[in-house]
Design a binder for this molecule. Sequence first.
Ligand code: AMP
Length: 399
Amino acid sequence: MSCSFSDLGLNESILRALETCGYKEPTPIQEQAIPLILQGRDIIGAAQTGTGKTAAFALPTLQRLAAHNPDHPRALVLVPTRELAIQVEENFKRYGEFAALNIVLLYGGVGYHQQLHGLKHGADVVVATPGRLLDLHERRHVNLSQIEVLILDEVDRMLDMGFIEDVSRIINLCPKERQTLLFSATVEKSILNIAKWALREPQIIDARSGATAAETVAHYVYPVESYQKYDLLLAILNKINFKSVLVFTRTKRDADRITEWVESTKNSVATLHADRSQNERAEALAGFKSGKYQVLVATDIAARGLDVRGITHVINYNVPEHAEDYVHRIGRTGRASEEGEAFTLFSPDELLYLQAIERLLGKSIERRKLEGFKYRFEPMMGANTTGASAGPVIRRRNR
Ligand code: AMP
């Protein structure tokens, strides 16, 4: 039975903003989390991007803060990457359009001026990555003693990135008397260990839907010898009718090379990886979102958390080394029930990676051959690499 946003106890200004966004009804995680958060409960949300988790925590938080207060920030959202920080801030601004609250964004790799300016004018909500937040805290530019709602987003990712100490320090800088909301795509022991000391009687909400590769995404594997991958990539780009396509590579070098190749075709292309300056990264992403670039070539930093509307296709130039990354990558398309397609170019040397993905999904991924493409060798079509039958899925990052 579906319910409406107003059934969840959200107020007029938020409902108006949701109307502007065109959201008709809450997603499952929103339906479950919003009433609990409005009641002041702590929660652990097992959810990845694409489920509507940002609104699930942003809407009730905005409502709880109610009116602007210039003293000190009262809500803090901690996220692993700059890209996610930008996205979460954009969401808070959209949902808080009629709420008159100040949202301030803090992340590293850029100057301090604008961020200090934002803080001086009184932030109600701070959205931050751990390093820059601690940096500004040490310089006494930000005071966390009045935080009422602490949101830890993509905690699994923060742990993967080695931020555990920073995150723990930040939690300890917030008052003990607070509401804490923890979101993570996986809820394993390390996450529960944090929850044990940082949350109070949390309610666990599981919004992962089975094998998470969104049902709306049709995904296929294209077997090909590695030296023909480039030709196959261009042939696929030529063949498909895409509006915007995200190409993932394993290495920064590959990302740069592929960008050059695609540039030589008629497509407009940008690159996103860690060796690019923050300005270049922001420009690439903004250009991709606005439609200036039809193709974005990215390493894994772009794989998680990015929310770009209307991505019609994702192409994995390499089979992702970590099975969970596959799910995150193909999750970039087909967001919030839009149709999407994902293709993975698979060469025989990547068999182990593909097997791991199929084990995680609990099924094999359909093999496809591109009609009209001159394969040098007959691609390995039939092989079911896994023997994977549906069964318990063990999610493990082996880093
Ligand atoms: P998230 O999981 O927070 O990254 O959200 C994924 C996408 O779903 C974003 O583009 C949101 O704008 C969109 N979205 C979130 N909630 C809803 C909703 N209730 N109805 C339609 N779209 C939504």
